[in-house]
Design a protein around this ligand. Structure first.
Ligand SMILES: *Cc1c(COP(=O)(O)O)cnc(C)c1O
Length: 290
């Protein structure tokens, strides 16, 4: 199994607001790596795929909500690299465009109640405990393997930036980036934009790392996970029309809107070079079409 490095170039964007303030905006197009195994979901799966193959596992078993980018990425990656896949889906049995795509990539879907879903290892042991061919991947690809894959994206960067910004869900990506920047000793601060409301425990993930390497923002969630606002949707449309880059409304739209608000508030010094990570997730936009 050959796992090639994803295509994820850095592009400079010309956005009037940033140009007026003398700030350079770059974007790392992790969204271009694959239509469905995109962004950090691909990065987080890489070492799981390698480990599963090394241990002669033939089936990937993982977890997600009904619009999970991770479930879809696992389904598509499983098909590409010849693993069977099973996804435990949180909540009552439904069908939507994302789950339909998972099904097309051959994933078996098992719907479980919200309370059962909370006990992921129990679920796994109940269904796969005796199956030597099954390989457990935590929700979102979190954990040491996931972080190792994310850290690698820093090796692609042609130069260092003052700020690297990412959206934050579980925080796995953010933590990996902060640790990666620390180990490279770059003069870079990682900005994490939480897309969830009031998850202050995220700070614990990076508490062991000096504050000059990171900053977390909790005021840009636009109402909470998967919530949108008219302002956010209007922003996504404006940004797409100005740059040709489409951002999803669950993660990257909120991250980029946050950067715009910070620039408008003169948060950054003129001359700053900001790199925004686009972690894909455009399949999340299918929920807007429902
Ligand atoms: C999953 C996801 C994130 C969040 O990543 P975490 O590592 O859970 O914080 C951000 N952006 C996109 C597009 C995602 O799919």
């Amino acid at each position: 199994m050959q796992i090639e490095n994803p295509y994820a170039p850095v592009e400079e964007l010309k956005v009037p607001l940033f140009e007026n303030k003398g700030i350079q905006l770059f974007i790392k197009r992790e969204d271009l790596s694959h239509p469905f195994i995109s962004g950090n979901k691909w990065r987080k799966l890489k070492y799981h795929l390698i480990e599963a193959r090394k241990n002669n596992k033939t089936e990937l078993v993982t977890f997600g909500g009904a619009y999970s980018n991770h479930l879809l990425a696992t389904a598509a990656a499983g098909a590409k690299y010849h693993f069977k896949t099973t996804g435990f889906v949180r909540g009552e049995e439904i069908i939507n465009p994302v789950l339909q795509l998972c099904d097309w990539f051959g994933m078996r879907l098992i719907f479980v109640s919200r309370s059962d879903y909370k006990e992921k290892t129990n679920l796994y042991h109940l269904h796969f405990g005796a199956d030597p061919n099954a390989y457990f991947i935590d929700e979102g690809g979190a954990g040491e393997n996931g972080e190792a894959g994310v850290r690698e994206l820093l090796d692609d960067l042609p130069e260092s930036f003052d700020i690297i910004a990412c959206s934050v869900g579980t925080g796995c990506t953010f933590k990996a980036l902060v640790e990666g920047v620390l180990s490279k000793q770059w003069p870079t601060q990682v900005y994490g934009i939480s897309i969830l409301k009031g998850v202050y425990a995220l700070e614990n993930l990076v508490q062991h790392i000096p504050q000059n390497y990171w900053q977390l923002f909790h005021q840009f969630h636009e109402g909470g996970y998967a919530k949108t606002s008219p302002e956010l949707l209007a922003f996504i449309k404006l940004f797409a029309s100005q740059t040709g880059v489409l951002l999803d409304q669950v993660y990257e739209g909120k991250m980029m809107l946050a950067l715009h608000k910070l620039v408008a508030d003169n948060h950054f010094k003129p001359g700053s070079r900001i790199l925004a990570l686009h972690n894909g997730g455009l399949s999340g936009m299918l929920s807007l079409l429902q």
